[in-house]
Design a protein around this ligand. Structure first.
Ligand code: FMN
Length: 190
């Protein structure tokens, strides 16, 4: 499959189910390979992930519902809980701080680069999951859920939660997406 094909197949999938065309071992390997393969500034490797599968998937989304205390509708949370698993994306503030101390001239860039690298990782994972017929979406219930997530997965205090990516076997393809004319977004000069 070409990269353009894979990029175009990735969409936000909100209708997913609790099954997977690939085994847990294959999912774990895919997540590890994508994390290892995505670059970061100065090779600092500030992005960290937690993969929640099985009962942890259900516990995670129930905890998110509880933290919001009814402010997010049950059916919305259940649409994510209905997935096979969730990938939680973090950046490690200790790694960023270490780089800032080491390279004070660029200090303010490291936070930005760390966030950019995290976005690159999220997108790469999204595309890689879709190549395996797993649909995903990108959610942001942080920072409200930060404490609950940290407690549930016992993550180090330095890990800052950036995004949540529920995924599962695809039930329904999303509708057509409106795109701005490409000439307004890409300028060519020769
Ligand atoms: C940085 C970023 C943040 C996003 N945050 C959310 C979000 O919090 N909730 C959500 O449902 N979708 C979120 N999305 C999904 C976008 O709305 C979606 O990617 C966009 O509308 C294009 O649709 P597509 O993913 O189907 O191509 C986010 C996407 C990006 C790239």
């Amino acid at each position: 499959m070409s990269i353009i094909n894979s990029l175009n197949k990735r969409r936000s999938y909100y209708n997913i189910k609790k099954s997977s065309p690939i085994s847990d071992e294959e999912i774990i390997k895919l997540v590890q390979d994508v994390v290892a393969g995505v670059p970061d500034a100065y090779n600092m490797q500030s992005a960290k992930v937690v993969l929640a599968l099985g009962k942890k998937q259900d516990e995670l989304w129930d905890a998110i519902y509880d933290v919001f205390d009814g402010q997010v509708k049950r059916e919305k949370i259940d649409s994510f809980k209905a997935g096979y698993g969730t990938i939680l994306y973090f950046l490690d503030k200790d790694i960023v701080k270490g780089m800032q101390d080491q390279f004070p001239l660029y200090a303010e860039n490291f936070d930005i680069w760390s966030n950019q690298a995290n976005g690159m990782l999220q997108h790469s994972m999204w595309v890689a999951l879709r190549e395996k017929e797993l649909g995903a979406s990108l959610q942001h219930y942080n920072p409200v859920i930060d404490d609950a997530v940290k407690k549930m997965f016992n993550v180090p205090a330095s890990w800052k939660l950036i995004a949540q990516m529920p995924f599962g076997e695809i039930v329904e393809e999303p509708g057509e997406k409106e795109l701005h004319p490409i000439d307004e977004r890409v300028k060519i000069f020769k």
